[in-house]
Ligand binder design. Structure first.
Ligand code: AMP
Length: 418
């Protein structure tokens, strides 16, 4: 299929051509006609599938036909779980709308609120936001939703994981009843379906990749190693393989800092991103990583969620995640858009249970590799893969403040991000 067959305006086709895309991705083929027809949508799609253009292109086309936006109003609201994802979606909106007379802006926590209030003053056609900051802006009368036509919830599963459910409900209650709703989620869990019930009306359901299929197009392996030898093994792997751009996951902010310092000390330019870093520091680290002046980016799960780094060749799990699904999200950072990717996991004996959980989720045994000199004293057992269906762990509901609600992204990242 060609983009020209999707009934998109010439201004959008020109912006698509500028991006160098030749044909629509499967999610775009399926979602764009339905959204243009005004349908609600429930889409199972992960980052890397082209989902952002899948909702942004038809959204821009719909908005370019409607009425002019009034001061402090937004005609479309795109909610995302993290600041990084918000910034990336906003960039896509800006790229695709460059030949259209539409205004857009992005708001998220961790940076000054005043410039965001100024940006909203004359109204915007598209507002990209994280939930906490959006509610703050609403309470300060900086934004109103009487003109709102479309709501997009991006990475809805992650929003629920991060405890945003109350904020999302509050925001939905502020919106006009008559509107178009587009819900994107990596998976349709029971919780997502529950959320969808009160949100979408007679939705078009599309699914572009079966659950956890990312795992199939990424070459993965495990290096069993003693805990105290992980940093040395990682250093050797980076140097021996001459990795120039490697994303490394740790479980805690402390470990991310410690490892980033260690890598710097052995001559591998590194930076850490996590919830305790200022927004500016995070944006700078990501930009430096993208342009190649930082070779290793060490991140916690939430900080890394949704990062769009084109053709990232190498992902390392320095520590396995607590929740097996996060493994799939992590390795989804590599092997984007069909390109081959590599993901390795440094696993110590303490992590055997997490490893078994991951293998059960992805329904495969991960090959083991060793580097001479790093054979573990404490062995990591290779168990047969448990073939019983994997049951997702229920995320713990955290309480934020007296009302028990998650109020701002900052409070979230302080409490939930490790
Ligand atoms: P997303 O899943 O929205 O995060 O997009 C993943 C990546 O795919 C981004 O870098 C997009 O720029 C890119 N992309 C989106 N649509 C297409 C397309 N039709 N052809 C090629 N690349 C695309």
């Amino acid at each position: 299929m060609q983009f020209t067959e999707l009934n998109l305006a010439p201004a959008l086709l020109k912006a698509i051509a500028d991006k160098g895309y030749t044909s629509p991705s499967p999610i775009q083929e399926q979602a764009i006609p339905g959204i243009l027809a005004g349908r609600d949508l429930m889409a199972a799609a992960q980052t890397g599938t082209g989902k952002t253009a899948g909702f942004t292109l038809p959204l821009l086309q719909l908005l370019s036909d409607g009425s002019k936006v009034q001061p402090n109003q937004a005609r479309a609201l795109i909610l995302t779980p993290t600041r990084e994802l918000a910034a990336q979606v906003a960039q896509s909106v800006a790229d695709y709308s460059k030949y259209l007379p539409l205004k857009s802006t992005v708001v998220f926590g961790g940076v000054k609120i005043n410039p965001q209030m100024m940006a909203l003053r004359r109204g915007v056609d598209i507002l990209v936001a994280t939930p906490g900051r959006l509610l703050d802006l609403y309470q300060q009368n900086a934004v109103r939703f009487t003109q709102l036509e479309v709501l997009v919830l991006d990475e809805a599963d992650r929003m629920l994981d991060m405890g945003f459910i109350n904020d999302i409900k509050k925001i939905i209650a502020l919106l006009p009843k008559k509107r178009q709703n587009l819900l994107f989620s990596a998976t349709f869990s029971a919780d997502i379906r529950k959320l969808a019930k009160g949100l979408v009306f007679d939705p078009l359901e599309v699914s572009v990749s079966p659950e956890n299929s990312t795992a199939e197009r990424v070459e993965q392996c495990v290096y069993p190693v003693d805990k105290g030898r992980k940093a040395a093994l990682l250093t050797q792997l980076v140097l021996d393989n001459n990795w120039q751009q490697v994303l490394i996951f740790t479980r805690t902010k402390h470990q991310a800092n410690k490892l980033s310092t260690h890598l710097g000390n052995v001559g591998i330019n590194a930076a850490a991103i996590h919830g305790n870093k200022s927004q500016n520091a995070r944006t700078k680290a990501l930009a430096d990583f993208k342009k190649g002046s930082i070779r290793a980016l060490v991140a916690t799960d939430i900080a890394a969620r949704g990062l769009d780094i084109d053709q990232l060749p190498q992902v390392v799990n320095y520590e396995l995640p607590n929740v097996a699904e996060d493994y799939v999200h992590r390795i989804g950072r590599t092997g984007r858009a069909g390109a081959a990717g590599h993901a390795i996991s440094l696993v110590c004996a303490d992590e055997s249970k997490e490893l078994a959980g991951i293998e059960r989720l992805i329904k495969q045994s991960l090959p083991r590799e060793t580097v001479p000199g790093f054979e573990p004293v404490n062995k990591v057992p290779t168990l047969p893969v448990n073939t019983k269906p994997y049951k997702p762990k229920k995320p713990k509901q955290k309480k934020f403040g007296p009302a028990g609600t998650a109020r701002s992204n900052q409070s979230i990242s302080k409490t939930r991000t490790n």
